[in-house]
Design a protein around this ligand. Structure first.
Ligand code: NAD
Length: 373
């Protein structure tokens, strides 16, 4: 089949969905690969690098002409995909709940939209999991952004001129991003604590050398929840957690929030009143800002100050590490296509468990049950 790799059109998107490494591997599977001119530039990959890997480089119309599979980081608007083969696949992050109209447009265009962000959290799909690969980098970068916005040092320093105390960092939401945030803040020398609604994270927090901050005596979410995800918690739990956090947050210099609930707005974890109790100069990074935000007053795409506290709301944190983020994203896509590659058909053929989970549109219809809710 013909595979097209697009130049991303979303604002401030620096990533690219294929690298020379994955282009080589896709060609080895038997695909032809065409890369849109300039697609890798912001991730440090030149057009010539793709050509050396065996791809052709052309403009948008050239790469789309007859393409059977389009690879992108963020799914483009379907109107920009004219020329693809009928029934062609678009493999990308779709953010399907928030972009329902775009998904409907894919159905109308007769394309098959495959949402890599809806990959099931099952063991055999781990190597295809873009949420994990990108969240891990986001957690790391969130701590670096916090450190650079903070007017003090993270580690304790004993110098001839006196001692600087270690920064206290608090990570709220200990999924993939939160775990990496804990590890990164520890490496920088902060004193780290963390909380989550899933009790399974308590041991993970401790094993990274951080202090777990947990509501005692009120049931949170035992085990891993559905597919390892958090659901919404009870009113009682929310109240107890809010009280505990209120006391703890007043003593923190750095707060990193990462809490998401799939398909719903992000839970509100930090209120304006709590921010007012923090020491001026403290920094909060809200990694959930694009999903509605964990922090009151956080603004997507902006750095704001409230009560002397800096609240960082950068969008698309993984894009700030475009080279590594692209390398991992591209491998996720390659691993997906390769896992389902059918030698006889000469193209990937999905099975039901993964296909039904990620397929949004087919034969002119929106087919994913999660979108009919
Ligand atoms: P996520 O991005 O959906 O959410 C981040 C964290 O926020 C989660 O740990 C969640 O429990 C937490 N959270 C939600 N509401 C909260 C609240 N009110 N207060 C505090 N914390 C709250 O999560 P994720 O990073 O995608 O990972 C979710 C789980 O899936 C983890 O257990 C992870 O290990 C697992 N996982 C499994 C696989 C796999 O097996 N293929 C792959 C990736 C992740």
């Amino acid at each position: 089949p013909g595979i097209a790799v697009l130049l991303e059109s979303a604002e401030a998107e620096r990533r690219v969905a294929a690298t020379p490494e994955t282009v080589r591997k896709l060609i080895a599977l038997g695909a032809r690969v065409a890369v849109e001119r300039g697609a890798g530039e912001r991730a440090g990959i030149a057009d010539g690098d793709y050509e050396q890997a065996g791809a052709t480089v052309a403009d948008r119309a050239g790469v789309l002409a007859g393409a059977d599979i389009v690879l992108a980081v963020q799914a483009p608007e379907p109107a920009t995909l004219a020329g693809m083969a009928p029934g062609g696949w678009v493999v990308a992050a779709f953010d399907p709940v928030r972009r329902r109209e775009t998904v409907a447009g894919y159905a109308a265009a007769g394309l098959e939209a495959l949402a890599m962000d809806w990959m099931p959290r099952i063991t055999r799909a781990q190597s295809m999991d873009i949420l994990s690969s990108q969240s891990n980098l986001a957690g790391y970068k969130a701590v670096l952004e916090a450190a650079s916005a903070y007017g003090r040092a993270f580690p304790m320093m004993m110098t001839a001129a006196g001692t600087i105390p270690a920064a206290r960092a608090f990570v709220m939401g200990v999924g993939v991003a939160g775990l990496q945030a804990i590890a990164t803040a520890r490496r920088l020398g902060a004193q780290v604590s963390a909380t989550d609604v899933r009790s399974a994270t308590r041991d993970q927090i401790q094993s990274l050398g951080a202090k777990p901050i947990f509501v005692e005596g009120v049931a949170g979410i035992e085990g891993e929840g559905t597919g390892g995800y958090a659901g919404e918690t009870s009113e009682e739990y929310r109240r107890a957690q809010a009280e505990l956090v209120a006391g703890h947050i007043a003593k923190q210099d750095i707060v990193i929030t990462t809490a998401l609930i799939p398909g719903r707005p992000a839970p509100r974890l930090v209120t304006d009143a709590q921010i007012a109790t923090m020491r001026p100069g403290s920094v909060i990074v809200d990694l959930a800002v694009e999903a509605g935000g964990n922090v009151e007053g956080a603004v997507a795409g902006e750095v704001v100050r409230r009560h002397g506290v800096t609240i960082v709301g950068h969008r698309n944190m993984p894009s700030l590490l475009a080279a590594d983020a692209s390398a991992l994203f591209a491998r996720n896509l390659y691993n997906f296509l390769a896992a389902f590659w059918d030698k006889d058909a000469g193209r990937p053929v999905l099975d039901a468990e993964i296909g039904d989970a990620i397929r949004l549109t087919k034969d002119g219809q929106v087919v994913n049950p999660r979108l009919s809710q």
